[in-house]
Design a protein around this ligand. Structure first.
Ligand code: 3PG
Length: 213
């Protein structure tokens, strides 16, 4: 097996201003979607474990779109982390944080962006060595104001706000010093995927490149 260079959570966050949160219901959509996003400049792809097809979709992208970096979203336990790594994922995103998920991702060689929404959760994740965090659900849990407040005590944490982030409000988040990138589902909308409108998805990806001022 080829040796893959290691990928840090910061590498995942810095690659582009947006990590697309992807929900796939049909394996046939996986490769063209990944190719469309890569063509628009987005390589880090979070495929959520929310459908029975998610693992097969990861496998297909890992095998057929070498420019893409497959990530697993909605990782909630050690079994999810193991299955994602076996399917070719190189990073994981979790909606919350437990030390079990943190350790499982380490064991599987997956970079993890753990989800946090409170100071206690940040402290727990940092205690376990995770300093690059997903702020989820960002808009519902306090949005910009919360991130500004966290910049005081948590000087060594950076965030990927996700949940309610859109092309319209992303620039405000990306201006904050403790935000490296944002996450969102708007780059891979269900209706465009269902209709196979790949060129439109490439265009959405291209537009996301200019979100960071
Ligand atoms: C996620 O699953 O991480 C978020 O639900 C994505 O949120 P959005 O659909 O509001 O972008």
């Amino acid at each position: 097996m080829a040796v893959r260079p290691s990928l840090s959570a910061l590498d995942v966050m810095r690659d582009a201003s947006v990590i697309p949160v992807i929900v796939l219901h049909d394996v046939a959509h996986a490769v063209p979607l990944a190719q469309a996003l890569v063509a628009g400049g987005i390589r880090m792809l979070e495929i959520t474990l929310r459908t029975p097809q998610a693992l097969a979709c990861m496998q297909a992208i890992a095998a057929e779109v070498p420019e893409a970096v497959v990530g697993a979203g909605t990782v909630r336990n050690a079994d999810d982390a193991k299955a994602a790594a076996r399917a070719g994922a190189r990073f994981a995103v979790s909606p919350g944080y437990t030390p079990t998920v943190g350790q499982a991702c380490r064991d599987e060689g997956l970079s993890l962006l753990p989800g946090v929404a409170t100071g206690s959760e940040i402290m727990q994740a940092q205690e376990d060595g995770f300093h690059q965090l997903k702020f989820f659900p960002a808009m519902q849990a306090g949005g910009l104001a919360m991130l500004k407040a966290w910049a005081g005590p948590f000087t060594d944490a950076v965030f990927c706000p996700t949940g309610g982030v859109t092309a319209q409000n992303a620039p405000e988040f990306l201006q904050l010093p403790n935000v490296v990138c944002v996450g969102g589902s708007w780059l891979a909308p269900n209706d465009l995927i269902a209709r196979g409108e790949w060129a439109q998805i490439t265009e959405l990806a291209r537009q996301s490149v200019s979100l960071r001022a």
